[in-house]
Write a protein that binds this ligand. Structure first.
Ligand code: PXL
Length: 285
């Protein structure tokens, strides 16, 4: 009998496993690419199931060109992922935490809502990406309504930006007080923990976000780094919340850690030839 040296033996690890259901953003600043980089930095095993491919158009003011992935292909990705890491897989690391990014069409929203219902994930973090600039307004309105009706009720944590928080809450947001009111309203509508982002959109020296989970209302604040939004900030914030929840943090701890992660990533941004810089997920290092 031959003996196997200890070095040749596999060392099986069991990191927390997380899934992002999101779009590809070709330049790597936002979308599934930002999510996977964030997951890796924060020490979780990241999986991406793609819903669409976005390619900015440098010949048309960098507007979004949006191509949906076929519904059957989205369903196939979800099937493969849940078979490999879902509760019935027998894998030591079970997928219990999912992030939802850009879905982009009512059809995709229905496909993803079905998968969420079938799998009963413990944490469903929704970054409610409402409109993509390249889409027809009517199409986007359908998408907004479908997201609110079918995905928002399944979310356990939601991270709306200024525009999305106004749309979801029906409230106008002009200052921290109205951002708080919107966070409370979105919690009442969804039952989810809410991290409503003022970001650079509210006046004042600080980038202010509001956390509310039905018990704790906390204002998270960090000095603004410039006054122009950075590509990937929203995606990376929600991805960082996802990673922290998967590692066992409470929603409030996850929100605080995610804000720190994103602030460091914005401070250490990557300049590009596009009109917006990209967040660097390696920023905290
Ligand atoms: O940042 C929102 C966002 C999310 N997902 C994809 C995107 C964008 C913005 O460009 O392209 C795929």
């Amino acid at each position: 009998m031959t003996s196997v040296s200890a070095d040749a033996m596999p060392h099986v690890t069991s990191p927390a496993v997380v899934l992002t259901i999101a779009g590809s953003e070709a330049t790597g600043g936002a979308g599934a690419q930002a999510d996977l980089k964030t997951f890796q930095e924060l020490g979780v095993f990241g999986i991406a199931n793609l819903t669409c491919i976005v390619s900015f158009n440098p010949n048309d003011s960098w507007n979004h060109r949006f191509v949906p992935v076929e519904q059957q292909v989205i369903a196939d990705q979800l099937e493969a992922t849940t078979a490999a890491y879902g509760p019935a897989s027998g894998a030591p690391s079970v997928l219990d935490t999912v992030k939802i990014g850009m879905l982009g069409s009512p059809a995709t929203i229905s496909t993803v809502a079905g998968a969420l219902q079938d799998n009963n994930f413990g944490n469903v973090v929704l970054d409610p990406v409402l409109i993509c600039k390249g889409q027809e307004p009517g199409h986007a309105l359908d998408t907004d309504q479908a997201l609110k009706a079918q995905i928002l009720p399944l979310a356990t944590f939601v991270t709306p930006n200024h525009f999305e928080a106004e749309s979801l809450s029906g409230l106008e947001i002009t200052d921290v007080e109205s951002l708080k009111a919107a966070a409370v309203r979105i919690h009442e509508l969804s039952g989810a923990a809410v991290l409503a982002k003022g970001g650079v959109r509210l006046d004042g020296p600080d980038a202010v976000d509001v956390f509310y989970d039905g018990h704790t209302l906390e204002v998270l604040s960090a000095p603004k780094v410039g006054d122009v939004a950075v590509s990937g900030a929203g995606c990376s914030l929600a991805a960082a919340v996802t990673a922290e929840l998967a590692k066992g943090s409470t929603p409030l701890e996850a929100a605080r850690a995610a804000k720190e992660f994103v602030t460091a990533g914005i401070r250490n941004r990557v300049a590009s030839g596009a009109p917006f810089d990209a967040l660097w997920q390696g920023g905290p290092r």
